[in-house]
Design a protein around this ligand. Structure first.
Ligand code: NAP
Ligand code: ZN
Length: 358
């Protein structure tokens, strides 16, 4: 058994300011990578800028990262970062800016490489990356993955390069500005990571430590999440769960629900966590090792998969997806050998299509 988790994590109120000196110790000029609006609203960007100014570290802000970041956006940031001679990257936001910050750090460190390199198995250096999450779903602050939208292929895919952030700063205060649907979607993503990591060919007793704790904490807040009655403490619990889930998939990768979600996000603009969530009940019902599924259900505090399915339906509501799109999704996944091999059993295209929530 082995497990590799090299990211240093601080999880604390005001941790950006508390650990500001350490944050700026990774370079001499920073590129702050963020989305268009939210980091200005939730105070995270202001906290980072305050530290950079106080520590006299020059920086530029690239705030052009869209949801599900595209290769084009990364290449645009690369040109700016090279012209500005930045030597470390601070990503602030949801998974989109955090994933973008890793891909940008790779491209700036390799000025001669073109976009084709994202999907080539080449060992390349990257600038140091620091991640500050403001959603509670992707765990990108502790994973080595960066998922980019490939417009040419009308889908999304994790790049071939593994880039662990050097440092992750977790402050749940930043989550509090999230609208409910956004919060539900991102927590559902974390739940997907926990389940897909546990029920995964790469799973072992080490990643399952993160999963078990994550599922237990999820069990604690799940009813309040469903009833929209979250307590002050729950935000920190959700962020912690999300990071644990990230640590778990850093070891195992994700599985079929994630593989199935990408085309739905691309074609119908369904947010990532929601797109994953629509396949989760189907995944646990299809998974052949029902003993392992029962362990997951028990940790989550559900008596069986039917109760879990009802919970997911109540949380996410219904979403109409055309049969043709589900077929394309399943076809795409049948060709994605990297994702398919994480599923320990044989699976057919028809079974994949049936995983979608009715
Ligand atoms: P996101 O795409 O980063 O952000 C979704 C929306 O939430 C944006 O409109 C964003 O606004 C807003 N937002 C972010 N933080 C907010 C806050 N605190 N308050 C209010 N609004 C806020 O969402 P995400 O679900 O976190 O990330 C999804 C991406 O991560 C996908 O591309 C997915 O493939 C990827 N992902 C990566 C991993 C990994 O291991 N690396 C794992 C799973 C998923 P702004 O645009 O204005 O910031
Ligand atoms: Zn995910």
């Amino acid at each position: 058994m082995q497990l590799y988790m090299p990211t240093k994590v601080y999880s604390d109120k005001s941790c950006v300011k508390k650990h500001g000196k350490e944050m700026v110790s990774y370079g001499s000029k920073a590129m702050v990578v963020t989305g268009k609006h939210s980091s200005r609203m939730n105070g995270s960007l202001a906290d980072v800028e305050e530290v950079l100014k106080n520590e006299n570290v020059p920086y530029i802000v690239f705030d052009d990262v869209e949801e599900n970041p595209s290769i084009e956006t990364i290449m645009k940031a690369k040109a700016i970062g090279l012209a500005e001679k930045v030597d470390f990257v601070i990503g602030i936001g949801g998974g989109s800016p955090l994933d973008a910050s890793k891909a940008i750090a790779l491209m700036i460190a390799n000025p001669d490489e073109k976009e084709e390199v994202f999907y080539q198995p080449k060992k390349l250096p990257n600038l140091p990356v620091i991640c500050i999450p403001t959603t509670c779903g992707t765990g990108s602050e502790v994973t080595p993955y960066s998922i980019l939208t490939i417009h040419k292929g009308r889908t999304k895919k994790s790049i071939s390069h593994r880039i662990f952030p050097e440092l992750a700063l977790l402050d749940a205060e930043y989550l509090k500005s999230m609208p409910r649907t956004n919060l539900v979607n991102t927590v559902t993503d974390a739940l997907g990571h926990l389940i897909e990591s546990y029920l995964n060919v790469n799973s072992n007793e080490w990643n399952r430590i993160y999963v078990r704790e994550g599922l237990r904490v999820f069990a604690d807040f799940k009813e309040r999440l469903q009833l929209d009655m979250l307590l002050e403490d729950d935000y920190e619990k959700m962020l912690r769960t999300s990071s644990w889930a990230g640590m778990a998939i850093a070891h195992t990768q994700t599985s079929l629900p994630h593989g199935l979600s990408y085309a739905l996000t691309y074609e119908k603009n369904i947010p990532h966590g929601r797109a994953v969530g629509l396949f989760l009940a189907g995944y646990v019902n299809t998974y052949e090792d029902q003993k392992a599924v029962s362990e997951v259900m028990e940790l989550l505090g559900f008596s069986d998969t039917e109760q879990f399915s009802n919970y997911m339906y109540d949380l996410l509501g219904s979403e109409q997806v055309e049969a043709e799109l589900l077929e394309k999704t399943a076809n795409d996944l049948m060709k994605d050998t990297g994702k398919l091999k994480n599923y320990p059993f044989n699976i057919t295209k028809e079974e994949l299509m049936q995983m979608y929530q009715k």
